[in-house]
Design a binder for this molecule. Structure first.
Ligand SMILES: Cc1cc2nc3c(=O)[nH]c(=O)nc-3n(C[C@H](O)[C@H](O)[C@H](O)COP(=O)(O)OP(=O)(O)OC[C@H]3O[C@@H](n4cnc5c(N)ncnc54)[C@H](O)[C@@H]3O)c2cc1C
Length: 388
């Protein structure tokens, strides 16, 4: 198969690179081994994606709205610039009205009383405004609910939640509720709508803990956007390449159906870090798709082996962690470079968390999207000057 732009990686950065390349008129193929960090995200966007990406997500049923102080089930409150509508509706604010904080009996890791107290404190909302309740749904299994199976059930039968939520809202004279992120899987907007109509209560979902439904929905929305943009998506892992001079001409991909060889003019490397498998630390740091060098600098020394993990870790957990910033070094044009600054492959553009110097968790969806979009646009431009 021959293409103009080959995107390696299908998280936020790779998907946006492919959308940009396709929008620029390039034949675009995206290879992804599977879901990466993007599919684990909690549902908060620290910054906005490029406008065409926001539009593509909205078309795929994941419209973003202004965020705010969003409640996280670990007790934190995350300041988000944007969020999908269902999470934006859970933003905490002192509006003088009671808001129910709803646990669901049998659903683990969402303790209403503790969360209401922690969120009130973190968002400076009077504790009396956040009222903890436990909702009992009909036919709760003896072993409790798994979040995904409950979400799938509510997608089919939203009335199971409406009945119990409506009762609690009447008891506490509340017209607003925060529930765990289980309001449906793909049809989440319809579920929220159905519950709100049945109860007269405005409902927002708290953010999600990994493995999170918000991340799963985002991953699916990205795949839908890629399909809409006619990007060919191949599920497989890039394992080898052929180069002539400093240009890669072919990439070999292992898929379930066998080995596929792709001939391409340009490549976007957006394979993420440890979560998605773009960087491996098994026996020395390794960039897994194109075999690029991964070196870490700390205390004036270079490290190419994770064996010295303690030296590469700050003992204060909340400080930047050098080990988690391991990645591919790039120049100002986002090309991969050696330690001495020489370009390794002239037709490769690097994007997203696979880069050296950024940590996956703090990069964020908006920044990964913007980086991916500009890498895709740049690759399409490079491809126009090359024969694949
Ligand atoms: C638990 C968690 C929660 C987070 N929550 C938030 C949040 O709420 N809001 C926010 O803004 N940010 C959040 N982040 C940060 C955000 O997830 C990342 O910054 C962003 O998703 C990185 O995207 P990416 O495309 O660079 O990498 P990834 O999403 O990891 O994508 C990498 C892709 O590359 C593929 N890949 C890897 N190796 C190969 C190979 N050899 N061949 C082919 N494909 C390959 C993977 O399968 C995957 O598709 C969170 C991060 C974590 C870990």
């Amino acid at each position: 198969m021959t293409t103009d732009v080959l995107v390696l990686g299908g998280g936020m950065a790779g998907a946006c690179a492919a959308l940009a390349a396709a929008a620029a008129g390039a034949r675009t193929v995206l290879v992804r081994a599977g879901p990466g960090a993007t599919a684990l995200t909690a549902g908060a966007w620290y910054s906005a994606p490029p406008e065409p990406v926001a539009a593509a997500l909205a078309r795929a049923g994941l419209g973003l709205e202004q965020g705010g102080a969003l409640p996280h089930p670990d007790g934190r409150v995350v300041e988000a610039a944007f969020a999908p509508a269902s999470h934006a509706a859970a933003a905490l604010r002192d509006d003088g009205r009671p808001t129910l904080v709803c646990a669901i009996a049998g659903l683990p890791s969402f303790h209403a009383r503790a969360l209401a107290a922690l969120w009130a404190d973190a968002a400076a909302v009077p504790a009396t405004q956040l009222i903890p309740v436990v909702l009992h749904l009909a036919d709760t299994p003896a072993g409790g609910w798994a979040p995904l199976s409950l979400a799938a059930l509510l997608e089919r039968e939203p009335h199971r939640l409406s009945e119990s939520l409506g009762d609690a809202a009447r008891r506490h004279d509340a017209d607003r509720a925060i529930v765990p992120a289980v309001l449906g899987v793909q049809g989440h907007a319809l579920v929220r709508d159905a519950v709100e109509r049945a109860t007269g209560v405005r409902v927002g979902e708290a953010l999600g803990s990994a493995p999170s439904l918000p991340g799963w929905r985002l991953d699916h929305a990205l795949l839908a956007a890629l399909q809409h943009a006619a990007v060919r998506v191949i599920t497989g892992r890039a394992t080898a390449h052929a180069a002539s001079g400093n240009r890669i001409s072919q990439v070999t991909v292992g898929t379930e159906g066998g080995v596929v060889t792709l001939t391409t003019a340009t490549i976007v490397l957006a394979t993420g870090k440890f979560v998605g498998g773009g960087i491996s630390a098994a026996s020395g740091f390794r960039e897994t798709a194109l075999g690029l060098d991964v070196v870490l600098e700390r205390f004036g020394r270079s490290f190419d082996h994770p064996g010295e993990a303690l030296v590469l870790t700050d003992p204060v957990r909340t400080e930047p962690q050098p080990l988690l910033a391991a990645g591919v070094t790039t120049n100002a044009a986002s090309q991969p470079v050696t330690a001495s600054g020489d370009v390794v492959f002239g037709n490769v553009v690097v994007a997203g968390s696979v880069r050296a110097g950024v940590e996956t968790a703090t990069l964020g969806l908006g920044a990964a999207a913007a980086d991916g979009w500009s890498a895709g646009a740049r690759s399409a431009e490079l491809a126009r000057g090359t024969d694949a």
